[in-house]
Design a protein around this ligand. Structure first.
Ligand code: ADP
Ligand code: ZN
Length: 715
């Protein structure tokens, strides 16, 4: 039967292999066992029950609390040529009755229902008359009072199962991994605890970042503008901030939507729909948005303000990159947010949870301050063991050196004190830059010795520097009708010369997430037109992964088109022609494209996920490096940062490839680094760097560590 499952994976879904966990889950079910499947968001849970539904006789029932998701899932199944439907409160009674009649005649392979249906005895009686091999309980944590989303109607599930004449198998699915919740699920649904299938929680295509001490709005605007064609979500903590950001981005001509609980149902639905259809690219929202959003091509999630805990953060950030393509998750941290979150917690109705919530908030704050791997930090929080640095996150990629800014800090702090610690950061910045603002002159601040001592800088730069000093807790913020700043105890230490302040070089806004490809844009246009005609979201027609794979494989006929990841028989018949024609036309206009393809062996190989093809970037770097180009030259040629190029080379060496580092790391330097490593340990780069002369770069240290790990060339 597993053979059949594999065939269906290819012919209906167009995927050549199962992901980790999927095969285990499916073979357990096909062997007659009940299972609990715990996989992160985007891990591919749906296929775990959709394939058995195809293999087994009868109609599989899928219970899901997310009404909007149901429609998308059913649309996606219909697009793949699989008979499916759903019954929930969004359809009329007569429509529901018709679907039930059809279901009783066995016309569907899958029937999605909302849990509330199970409260109706009429409905249960209809189920009794159907052939039901499998019940899939999606979002199974809703069954647990310990979960973050308890739904009483989930408690009806087991009762319904008990009433069915032939006991179906049960598969529960969730992305919540805490032991307490898992136990609740297996107990309530009578699943043997040993039949729990858990995959690692690492999301290999996500790179996490925390941005501190920057003008958040400026950063965000820049970031969004660099990625205008990509879909993204920006989360803010309050409705007010959502509205403000929405207005600001709209004025920048960005295709932006918004979503929060203060809007009417209709408006919210409309905004959501536009986002799903790729009519708006950016959604600014509170955490009310996202539950039940299955959009797979979200390229970034930015938290404009601090999330309230790690659980919500990973869930919200995890909405990026469900299609497996590289995506970004960023928190824009500012210390004021801690105040906002504390306030929100204080307002919450359930007094007994306040202490726990504050603790969870602290864990979130710690995440923002760690200098270690961010993905690793998250996994550790969720109880995973044996964690390796991800090599992709802001911290793993950060080899900027810190510069001593103690003197500037002292100037700012002293200015704050001289102004009486009663003003906001802008007024302080104006005094330091020597502004002729009337208010400043009226207050006679132009007579202060700190007036104009930083006049070579702009007010904005100084404001950012003050933000940075706030993040370093050298400056405190007093929240009143308008916030004023004061010198904290740590700040006083700086003024006294007992403490130094270091700042990483200013961060440039990250470059665009993915490079532009005109063919990709063309294919995206076709997809959008088809989606509009079919009245489904574009990602239901083809995921971004599939379009990218088309751009690599450039299929010119049906056989080649079938090789594209995500293309099954049904989609080939329906849409193959249009896409193939476009690709042929494009290649005629851009003959160099086909030549490139012939030179990259990967494009001609049998089917491979598109992600793999993309990831080969580090091999390209290695080739150039072996051709004798320096890191700087490669960076320039490939329009990537030197940092990325360096990481590529380390990555290649990690994979066991020959990389000749002798130019990068001369023999004479090795003993120096060796000594520093002995003293500072191998865990962190920074302490090692600090023991060494300036000329020895982070890259050299990384190369040393890499080499000494596998024990070559360092002796
Ligand atoms: P989850 O429900 O766990 O969040 P989904 O079931 O929505 O995840 O799957 C996430 C994405 O991964 C979807 O776009 C899906 O088509 C894709 N996917 C699932 N299984 C595979 C596979 N074996 N190979 C390639 N892509 C897959
Ligand atoms: Zn990392």
């Amino acid at each position: 039967m597993l053979q059949k499952a594999k065939e269906y994976l290819q012919s209906y879904f167009g995927y050549s292999s199962f992901r980790s966990g999927q095969e285990d889950a499916i073979s357990s079910v096909l062997n007659g066992e009940d299972v609990l499947c715990v996989m992160p968001t985007g891990g591919g849970k749906s296929i775990c029950y959709q394939i058995p539904a195809l293999v087994l006789e009868g109609t599989t029932i899928v219970i899901s609390p997310l009404i909007s998701l149901m429609k998308d899932q059913v649309d996606a199944l219909l697009q793949a040529g699989i008979a499916a439907t759903y019954i929930n409160s969004s359809i009329s009674i007569s429509e529901a009755n018709e679907r039930i009649r059809d279901a009783m005649e066995g016309r569907y392979k899958l029937l999605y229902i909302a849990p509330e249906r199970l409260e109706s005895s009429d409905f249960i009686r209809s189920l009794e008359k159907m052939e039901i091999p499998l019940i899939a309980v999606d979002e199974a944590h809703c069954i647990s009072q310990w979960g973050h989303d308890f739904r009483p109607s989930y408690l009806h599930i087991q009762r319904m199962i008990d009433r069915l004449p032939q006991k179906p198998q049960v598969m529960a699915l969730t992305a919540t991994a805490t032991p307490m919740v898992r136990k609740d699920i297996t107990q309530t649904l009578h699943i043997n605890e040993e039949n729990t299938i858990m995959t690692g929680f690492e999301r290999e295509n996500l790179s996490f970042h925390v941005i501190k001490g920057q003008d958040r709005y400026a950063y965000l605007k820049n970031y969004v503008k660099k990625n205008t064609e990509e879909a993204g979500i920006i989360y803010a903590a309050t409705r007010k901030t959502v509205d403000q950001l929405y207005e600001k981005l709209r004025k920048e001509n960005i295709k932006v939507g918004r979503y929060h609980a203060g809007m009417g149902d209709k408006d919210r639905m409309l905004e959501q729909e536009k986002f799903l259809q790729d009519q708006t690219t950016v959604m600014v929202a509170t955490s009310a948005f996202g539950m039940g959003i299955d959009k797979s091509n979200i390229r970034y999630v930015v938290h404009f303000q601090l999330p309230k805990n790690m659980e919500s953060y990973y869930q919200e950030a995890g909405r990026a990159g469900r299609d497996g393509l590289d995506s970004d998750c960023t928190v824009l941290y500012s210390p004021q947010d801690v105040q906002v979150q504390r306030f929100l917690i204080d307002q919450s109705a359930d007094r007994s949870r306040i202490a726990t919530e504050l603790e969870k908030l602290q864990a979130m704050i710690d995440y923002c301050h760690t200098e270690l791997c961010l993905q690793g930090h998250i996994l550790e929080y969720f109880g995973e063991e044996e964690i390796k640095p991800c090599g992709r996150c802001g911290n793993c990629m950060d080899s900027r050196s810190s510069i001593d800014v103690t003197k500037e800090a002292q100037m700012v702090l002293s200015c704050i004190i001289r102004m009486g610690q009663r003003f906001g950061k802008n007024a302080v910045a104006q005094v330091l830059t020597g502004s002729k603002n009337k208010k400043i002159l009226d207050l006679k601040f132009d007579q202060l010795p700190t007036y104009g001592i930083l006049k070579e800088k702009s007010v904005k730069e100084i404001s950012e520097f003050i933000e940075f000093l706030i993040s370093q807790e050298c400056i405190g913020v007093e929240h009143g009708s308008f916030p004023t700043i004061f010198v904290s105890p740590a700040g006083k230490e700086v003024l006294l010369g007992n403490r130094e302040v270091y700042r990483k070089e200013i961060v440039q806004a990250k470059p665009a997430i993915s490079a532009n490809d005109p063919l990709f844009d063309e294919l995206r246009k076709i997809r959008k037109i088809i989606a509009e005609n079919e009245k489904v979201p574009p990602f239901v027609i083809f995921s971004d992964t599939s379009l990218k794979d088309m751009c690599v494989k450039l299929p010119h006929n049906e056989e080649e088109f079938l090789q594209v990841s995500g293309v099954g028989e049904h989609k080939l018949q329906k849409y193959g022609g249009e896409f193939i024609n476009k690709i042929i036309e494009f290649c005629r206009q851009h003959p160099e494209r086909l030549e490139e393809k012939q030179q990259t062996p990967a494009a001609n190989q049998p089917k491979k996920p598109a992600k793999k093809a993309e990831k080969n970037s580090h091999y390209i770097t290695l080739e150039l490096f072996n051709d004798g180009l320096t890191v700087g030259e490669i960076a320039k040629k490939r329009e990537l940062s030197t940092n990325t190029i360096e990481n590529h080379l380390i990555h290649c060496a990690d994979e066991g490839m020959e990389v000749d580092f002798s130019e990068v790391l001369p023999q004479t330097i090795i003993p120096l680094i060796e000594k520093a490593v002995e003293e500072a340990g191998r865990e962190k780069l920074k302490p090692i760097k600090e023991l060494l002369p300036k000329e020895i770069s982070y890259f050299m240290i990384k190369v040393y560590l890499q080499n000494s790990k596998i024990g070559v060339k360092t002796e």
